[in-house]
Write a protein that binds this ligand. Structure first.
Ligand code: FES
Ligand code: FE2
Length: 377
């Protein structure tokens, strides 16, 4: 039952047919919620960092912010991708400037600009300047009193890294669940496709005035599509769409009314697949274009998020057809931004204490339930 009174809300029931089946509104609107999520959500689960193709050569790197943490994601001289906090082991300086995946940089080593401590691409301390090896300015010490820094013990702080095909994920937990457990069948499905053969072609970043979970919930259902996405639903049989729910991942399958040409699709099935991976990543397999896209739904604070939309096609030089496809996709985003901002205007008044989900909103329910589980942990 819809609750207007905060004192009567209950946590999300694991059974969607029970009354209290939505995440209480306080978890969307209370100002300190994102602080809790940094610890209980973004520091516990696998978070998408970026695409391996953007750092295909040893020494190439990009940075990625997860909660408060700033990470350097780099391909080492051994070809493996690693991730480190962008924080110097000496006195904690930020070392490299913000470098998005779309503008990667290249370096043989990571050097902190403050006092020039220098690390190799494995994160080991490689060298310190003379001032750390000699005690010339300290009259109480002789050079022979100065201890050498152990390179391994004074290295950068590394975090767990794993991949699904070319999609690189990081995990800030000490002992995370395997990525294969979090992604489940999504990992097998995506790894069966030649995702790595496609080139990054376009990134669109938007800042939206709304809690990130409102957008995530909206992405997870298409009951609003008929009324709100007229252009996008042309040719799609929404009645035949299917929502599949797994442990940390759900998929919206959409069937096209008419077969689109086979060469227009990266995957064979006559459908589009929209994968959501808890907590904030989606992979969009289109039915009408030979390419795929990803969304990162990054909270900025409780009231704002950033949507980072990346598009991959056979060639990074887009055809007119592909440009048109991206324009339609962008229109879809803008239509959704309007919807979620309007929902946010209502939600943040605090009038509705707990929503009521319908039986076909089981993907949304899954998302709310995972949030509740994380908060309870
Ligand atoms: S803080 Fe990085 S070298 Fe001093
Ligand atoms: Fe939508």
């Amino acid at each position: 039952m819809t609750q207007w009174n905060d004192s009567q809300t209950q946590e999300v029931s694991s059974d969607i047919t029970e009354k209290s089946n939505a995440l209480p509104a306080k978890y969307f609107i209370e100002p300190e919620i994102f602080e809790m999520e940094k610890e209980k959500v973004f520091s516990q689960y696998w978070i998408y960092a970026g695409h391996a193709n953007s750092i295909s050569e040893p020494g190439q790197f990009f940075t990625r912010n997860v909660g408060n943490r700033q990470l350097i994601v780099v391909r080492g001289h051994d070809g493996e991708i690693k991730a480190f906090d962008n924080v110097c082991a000496h006195r904690g300086s930020k070392m490299v400037e913000d470098t998005p995946m779309t503008e990667p940089e290249e370096a043989n080593r990571i050097r902190c600009p403050y006092h020039l401590w220098t690390y190799d691409l494995e994160g080991n301390l490689q060298s310190t300047p003379k001032s750390f090896e000699e005690a010339s300015l300290n009259p109480d010490l002789d050079d022979e009193d100065v201890q050498e820094f152990d390179c391994k013990e004074n290295g950068l702080n590394d975090v767990h890294v794993d991949s699904i095909g070319p999609l690189v994920f990081v995990n800030l937990a000490d002992d995370p669940m395997p990525l294969s457990d979090q992604a489940g069948v999504m990992k097998d499905r995506l790894e069966a496709l030649p995702l790595g053969e496609y080139e990054h072609a376009c990134r669109i970043v938007s800042e939206v005035e709304c809690n990130w979970k409102v957008f995530a919930s909206n992405y997870s259902e298409c009951d609003h599509c008929q009324a709100n996405h007229q252009d996008w639903i042309k040719g799609i049989s929404l009645d035949e769409s299917e929502l599949e729910v797994n442990d940390y991942h759900w998929v919206l399958h959409y069937t096209h009314e008419e077969d689109v040409e086979d060469e227009m699709r990266i995957h064979d099935e006559h459908e589009a697949q929209f994968h959501y991976l808890w907590p904030n990543f989606t992979v969009n397999m289109y039915g009408t274009a030979d390419g795929y896209g990803t969304y990162i739904i990054d909270p900025i604070d409780t009231d704002r998020f950033q949507l980072i939309a990346d598009y991959y096609f056979r060639d990074s030089d887009l055809s007119e057809e592909e440009r048109e496809f991206i324009r339609t996709s962008r229109q879809l985003q803008e239509e959704d931004f309007e919807l979620v901002e309007r929902q946010w205007d209502g939600l943040k008044t605090g009038a509705l204490a707990q929503a009521q989900l319908g039986p076909n909103e089981h993907t949304v329910h899954k998302f709310h339930r995972l949030a509740q589980d994380a908060y309870n942990s």
